[in-house]
Design a protein around this ligand. Structure first.
Ligand code: ZN
Length: 119
């Protein structure tokens, strides 16, 4: 299912508009210039000295899996609706920032689940 979101137009559009050059992005969180193309980074660095090689992910600002309802049964309709969300809930982050955010959300859900179990 997550693979399908790669075909979701708002996600494709978001990725496009985040580009500052061919396969070149700036992460809005860490401000890193990230290059995800096939050329040598040396060539890119002539114009952007701080550029690094990396991957950019399209992140759901409001996560697909709601944190507050982590303790209750999964509502797939809701999950799907959140997955295929409008573009204003999307941002393009470098994979490092994206992982950081996802990990935080994971920790949040685990805490909610624990709290639900303990009543
Ligand atoms: Zn970043």
């Amino acid at each position: 299912l997550r693979k399908l979101t790669k075909q979701w137009q708002p996600i494709i559009q978001k990725r496009k508009t985040a580009k500052i050059g061919p396969e070149l992005y700036q992460c809005p969180k860490c401000q890193d210039i990230v290059y995800s193309g096939a050329r040598s980074i040396d060539v890119i660095q002539q114009e952007h000295p701080n550029a690094r090689v990396g991957r950019m992910d399209v992140d759901h600002i409001e996560p697909i899996m709601e944190i507050e309802s982590a303790g209750s049964a999964k509502d797939w309709n809701k999950i799907i609706a959140r997955m295929f969300c409008p573009s204003d809930n999307l941002q393009v982050l470098c994979s490092i920032c994206h992982k950081e955010k996802s990990d935080k959300e994971k920790t949040g859900r685990a805490a909610v689940r624990r709290a639900a179990k303990n009543g």
